[in-house]
Design a protein around this ligand. Structure first.
Ligand code: NI
Length: 134
């Protein structure tokens, strides 16, 4: 692989067991892939904690007959228009709708937006997924 550096890692037996269980649990092909995953996760977490600019998405599930909820959700989303890159609406069936909102902005602002949407009365499910922009 281009630009890949090799290095030796010394680990206590217990930590190595933990690493191997991460490899197994996530079906990583090898330990290197698990270490990449852990480092990236750490970087994302750190960016969120330091309130840096991050990317993410919110997934929402709600009953489309709940007009009040939809109208409140739209009001909130308009208040945060500067963080919303796009949104996609999927009709899951006769009643349920799935909404995917792609975001970019300060971590605290994305968290705030997600909390407001997820807390809306009648929201069936809501989750914020965090990522970094680099
Ligand atoms: Ni729908």
């Amino acid at each position: 692989m281009k630009g890949v550096k090799r290095f030796g890692v010394s680990l206590e037996e217990e930590l190595l067991k933990s690493l191997d269980s991460i490899v197994k649990g996530n079906s990583f092909p090898n330990r290197s892939q698990a270490i990449r995953f852990l480092i990236r996760n750490h970087n994302v977490k750190e960016k969120w904690e330091k309130n840096k600019e991050v990317a993410g998405s919110i997934i929402l599930v709600y009953d489309h007959h709940k007009r009040e909820l939809i109208s409140r959700s739209m009001d909130i989303q308009h208040d945060y228009h500067d963080c919303i890159l796009s949104s996609q609406h999927v009709h899951l069936g006769r009643h349920n709708c799935l909404e995917l909102i792609a975001l970019r902005g300060k971590a605290s602002k994305l968290r705030e937006l997600a909390d407001k949407l997820i807390a809306l009365k009648g929201m069936k499910h809501g989750e914020l997924v965090a990522s970094s922009i680099d």
